[in-house]
Design a protein around this ligand. Structure first.
Ligand code: NAI
Length: 348
């Protein structure tokens, strides 16, 4: 079922196959230097196995950075299943994936990612203990989105203090891209803080709901990044900060929940060159993995622990911003450097 693939960049990489259930996928453990590798399981249609392998390698590396930035005793890992979740996902296939994860004996912990739900995690949990993001159970962490949104909101205040000289978001105009689980919670927090909102989503019902709930202004999804706003908050898709969008951004601060917002690492410098402060996504959106970590680590008093970790994440972001300003560098570059230093320190 598990075939180990050679890798120079990752500790362990496996092809996962099960003929009986049609399971095809990959599991990648990028690093266990800080603890067992943790990161979600994604199911989606890929343009071939090479694309799926590339995705799992990138995502697992990203989890090492995200977990380290959140000061969690967890390494980075990720798993993908090749297939259409709406058509190909069966309980048998999920249980086969559960057996594959179990064979790694806790070096990799899974949770939800794109195409997966808490019910799917419950199916996987029938075969392995090494699964989090469950709705039920002693340490179940449930929906991480409110915690993710809280972390993004805190980061936004830190960024606002630097750019506008005050962390008070009252009267600030924020353009939010994506009104899903995180985007909606973020809008709630921003509305409560007195911010003005422009919002976009592919789903027009969500936009009209936000207009009603928050007095938001609906804007087209394809131009939301160019809204004349103080802050742009990407909370939908990756790659939104790219050579085409960056010249059009009007906001002076960009911070949101979406993973992999930069299309290429060089886009961090392009934002910096335009005088736009971009807060590294994997630091800003670490609330979700903090929430999941409380389940993996079986924390008894989870609300206190999660609040402490969110506070530490905020302190890390502030440290990154101070260093970035001192070195006249993008916070994204500084964040990568800080994480790489901390991983190296553990390695020696
Ligand atoms: P979701 O799937 O609940 O919401 C995404 C929303 O974005 C949907 O309403 C969708 O219609 C909309 N959307 C998709 N493409 C769009 C486009 N081009 N323009 C405008 N809207 C578009 O996802 P969720 O959970 O809210 O996550 C949002 C982002 O944050 C994702 O990138 C996710 O990977 C990331 N993230 C989420 C965490 C969580 O706790 N849910 C944790 C860390 C990162």
């Amino acid at each position: 079922m598990l075939t180990r693939l050679a890798s120079t960049s990752h500790e362990e990489v496996y092809r996962v196959e099960d003929d009986d259930t049609g399971l095809r996928g990959f599991i990648a453990i990028h690093s266990t230097r800080l603890g067992p590798a943790a990161g979600g399981l994604r199911m989606r249609v890929y343009d071939g196995d090479t694309a799926a392998l590339e995705d799992v390698l990138n995502l697992s590396r990203g989890m090492s950075y995200k977990n380290a930035a959140a000061s969690l005793p967890l390494g980075g890992g990720k798993a993908v299943i090749v297939g259409d979740p709406a058509r190909d996902k069966t309980p048998e296939l999920l249980r086969a994936m559960g057996r594959a994860i179990n064979a790694l004996q806790g070096r990799y912990w899974t949770a939800e990612d794109m195409g997966m739900s808490p019910a799917d995690m419950a199916e996987i949990a029938r075969e392995t203990h090494f699964v989090a993001g469950l709705d039920h159970g002693r340490h179940a962490s449930g929906d991480p989105s409110p915690i993710t949104a809280r972390g993004v909101f805190n980061a936004m205040r830190a960024g606002a203090a630097q750019v506008f000289g005050s962390d008070d978001l009252w009267g600030r105009h924020v353009a939010v891209q994506g009104l899903g689980h995180v985007g909606w919670h973020l809008c709630t927090l921003l509305h409560e803080a007195g911010a003005r909102l422009s919002v976009a989503d592919m789903d027009s019902t969500r936009v009209s709901d936000a207009v009603t709930a928050f007095g938001a202004i609906g804007v087209p999804a394809h131009t939301v990044h160019a809204t004349q706003a103080d802050i742009f908050a990407p909370c939908a898709i990756g790659g939104i900060l790219n050579a085409r969008s960056i010249p059009e951004i009007q906001a002076r601060l960009v911070v949101g929940a979406a993973n992999n917002q930069l299309a290429t690492p060089g886009d961090a410098d392009a934002l910096q060159a335009r005088g736009i402060l971009y807060l590294p996504d994997y630091v800003a959106n670490g609330g979700g993995i903090i929430n999941v970590a409380a389940e993996i680590l079986e924390i008894a008093d989870r609300s206190v622990w999660v609040a402490e970790r969110l506070g530490a994440m905020q302190a890390t972001m502030q440290q990154i911003l101070i260093r970035a300003e001192a070195e006249n560098s993008s916070p994204a570059v500084i964040a990568d450097r800080m994480v790489e230093d901390s991983l190296l320190q553990v390695a020696v």
